[in-house]
Design a protein around this ligand. Sequence first.
Ligand SMILES: [Zn+2]
Length: 107
Amino acid sequence: MDAPLLFLSAMLDEDERAAHTADSLRDEPVDALRVRYEPERVLREVAAKRRMLDRHTPRRRNVAGQDGRVAKITVCDWDNDDWPCADVLDLASVYADHPGYQAACRP
Ligand SMILES: [Zn+2]
C-alpha cells in the first residue's frame, strides 16, 4: 500500500479505537471536548474518510515526454492529479502533529 494511504489508514484505526474507548467511559464526567467529539460522530467521520480513501487511490499512468519517450507517473485514480492528490493531503493534514506525518505525506 502507498505510504500516504498506510499512514491515513493507521490514523483512522487509532481514531476508531479512541472512539470505542471513549464510548466505554460514558459514565465519566462529560466535558465540552467530549461532547464535541462524541464517539458516534467520530466513528461516522472515520467511515466517511475511509470511503474517500477508497476513491482516491494511486494509479500508474504513461505520459509522453517532449523527447517522445514514455514515462510512468503516479496519479490519483479519482481526480487524475499527481499522487498524493490534494484531497489525500488534506485528509492527512489533520494528523500533522503525528511523528509519521512528514515521511508519509510530504507533498
Ligand atoms: Zn485524489
